[in-house]
Design a protein around this ligand. Sequence first.
Ligand SMILES: [Zn+2]
Length: 220
Amino acid sequence: MRNISKEDYLSAIYKNIDSNSKVKANVIAEKMDVSNAAVTDMLKKLAKESLIIYEPYKTIKLTPTGESYAKNIVRRHRIWELFLHQIVGLPWDKVHDEAENLEHSGSDELINRMEVMLNFPEFDPHGDPIPAIDGSIPKQRDSVSLSKLKEKECGLVVRVNDFSQNFLVYLAQIGIELKQKIEVKEIRSFDNSMLVLIAGNEFNISKTLADNVFVEIVKN
Ligand SMILES: [Zn+2]
């Protein structure tokens, strides 16, 4: 099994902080699929190294050092993902696992050169923003989950959650990709599933699927 490193924890914290820049320890345990005890141990270590502020039973916050450390790992991960997708040609469902290993290797110089080669990309293959070398984060377009759309509304896909490989494979099968237009034809009130139109084809999609696809609302 892959060794879960300090870097993985920092990036998990970074990716899960709420609008107040805080996250609870049990959220991290759940996201990383480890025990609460293991998380507590690691959080104590990170606090000792002044990368996070943590008091047991309270929420976690990244220190400025912790935040820039975390951003760098996320940056590496997303540049690797895009490189694997655009240059190597791996589909979007395969890049996350590969990048998970690669993000820990390679010098900053290599990552910076890949960034140049990719022409300073702002988003990874799932639509997540890539932190720039100075730590700035590209601004995302205003988006809502597809499940928030009403009947007859249209959206352009700007981001998808990359939590599951099967989910990404399925999205690709029905033609959902970044920048794809989706029109909501019908919403079934008994289970909130939707009939949608994607590139001329109709599909029934579940509420779970619609919750994990984010779109910018556009006129049809
Ligand atoms: Zn991604």
